[in-house]
Design a protein around this ligand. Structure first.
Ligand code: RFL
Ligand code: PHB
Length: 389
């Protein structure tokens, strides 16, 4: 087989890249390790930045998002014993945000690729990348007992944190930055009307978050211990803990119900640089992970794809490698901005084991400063809505 761009991974980054390249007359093949059903069942992100909304509309993927997504003017922070604070993106940036699930975006992307006859190979086993520093890279994989080779001009590594692309880069040309946090997020989905606002709750018992997917689908999270197991958290225990961490008026209006999904994710920050090795370009979680507190992971995957698609289009159509050469630096500037914001919000909103009373006071004062200062409020809103591309 031959294609212009071999794309590893059919998450949002890989599918969106394939879609944009196709709209610009560039051929690609997407190789996905899992079944399509598995990819579509994963429940992840739910908050879209203004830039993500605009890009999805621009590339013809806005119709269902605009019909079913829930636009909002920012998210709330509810702090134990303090007045509530709105991260007011509308007021400070003039831009709205959108609650629209990653699952729905992935469905929209698969539908668009199918309608255009796009080639997506699922259950592609043992994907390997070859000759990345030559002008003739290729990719091999196994499917149904057969070994397949795809020759290509470029390889896009969009295969997430556990993928094969980043480990194909020699360690001595890559620098990685890693930070773990001493807790995870336990998330549930329930078929209940959501709390009307996206609301981050800080409480001495730990962090909690109310979010949403649709008028009858709610998403809730609580901070949990790293070694907690799903079985430790039957629904009754989850709801009791969740409600205990919300302000009383909020707890009174939450509609509880059986969970239809429950999962635990550890929180971490990770950045690998550069995001390029020869003809391999990394995008999305393959190159960086942020804790979900800032709602940045999916949005970063989209901004990486914005820069990478522009670069590949320029290289494939005009033979101009300038954007490819600057891709890593350009993408990383935005990545580090989101990494810092997600880290900051994670530190602000969670309980840390062994924290000193001084550190607690510092956290409290940071929150009070958001209320007290238009500048602080504007700074957070500007980052939450997403820095311009
Ligand atoms: P993905 O979605 O992980 O897709 C990578 C794909 O590559 C496949 N793959 C392979 N394919 C072939 N060969 C191999 N060797 C392969 N290895 C892996 C995988 O099966 C998969 O299909 O990465 P991508 O496309 O970069 O997208 C990134 C986003 O998924 C991620 O950043 C977000 O979900 C993070 N995130 C959030 N981001 C936001 O912007 N807003 C949010 O509100 C938000 N909430 C969240 C989140 C992530 C969470 N979890 C579960 C970590 C909430 C949670 C709980
Ligand atoms: C979600 O809806 O899944 C969500 C919302 C906000 C976040 C993280 C996740 O910061």
């Amino acid at each position: 087989m031959r294609t212009q761009v071999a794309i590893i991974g059919a998450g949002p980054a890989g599918l969106l890249l394939s879609h944009i390249l196709h709209r610009n007359g560039i051929d690609s093949v997407v190789l996905e390790r899992q079944t399509r059903a598995h990819v579509l069942e994963r429940i992840r992100a739910g908050v879209l930045e203004a830039g993500t909304i605009a890009l999805l509309r621009e590339v013809g993927l806005g119709e269902r998002m605009d019909r079913e997504g829930h636009p909002h003017d920012g998210s709330w922070i509810a702090w134990e014993g303090r007045p509530r604070f709105l991260i007011d993106t509308r007021k400070y940036t003039g831009k709205p945000m959108m609650a629209y699930g990653q699952t729905a975006i992935t469905e929209d992307l698969f539908a668009a690729r199918d309608a255009a006859g796009g080639k997506i190979v699922d259950e592609a086993a043992d994907v390997r990348l070859h000759e990345l520093t030559s002008s003739k890279p290729y990719v091999t994989y196994e499917k149904g007992g057969e070994q397949v080779r795809i020759d290509c001009d470029y390889v896009a590594g969009c295969d997430g944190y556990h993928g094969v692309s980043r480990p194909s880069i020699p360690l001595d040309v890559m620098k990685t930055y890693d930070k773990g946090y001493p807790f995870g997020w336990l998330g549930i989905m329930s078929e209940t009307p959501p709390y009307p606002d996206i609301c981050y709750c800080y409480h001495s018992r730990g962090f909690a978050l109310a979010s949403q997917r649709s008028p009858m689908l709610s998403r809730y999270y609580i901070q949990c211990d790293l070694d907690d197991k799903i079985d430790d958290w039957p629904d009754e225990r989850f709801w009791a803990e969740f409600l205990a961490r919300c302000p009383p008026d909020m707890a009174g209006s939450i509609v509880t119900g059986p969970s239809i999904e429950k999962s635990i994710a550890p929180l971490r920050s990770f950045v690998a640089e550069p995001m390029r090795y020869g003809r391999l370009f990394l995008a999305g979680d393959a190159a960086h992970i942020v804790p979900p507190t800032g709602a940045k992971g999916l949005n970063l995957a989209v901004s990486d794809v914005f820069y990478l698609s522009r670069a590949l289009i320029e290289a494939c159509r005009k033979g101009n490698p300038a954007y490819l050469d600057s891709y890593s630096d350009t993408a990383l500037r935005r990545v580090w901005g989101a990494a810092r914001m997600s880290w900051w919000l994670t530190m602000l909103l969670h309980r840390f084991p062994n924290e000193t009373p001084f550190e607690e006071q510092m956290r409290l004062n940071q929150f009070d400063y958001l209320h007290a200062s238009e500048h602080a409020a504007a700074t957070l809103a500007e980052q939450y809505v997403g820095l311009p591309y």
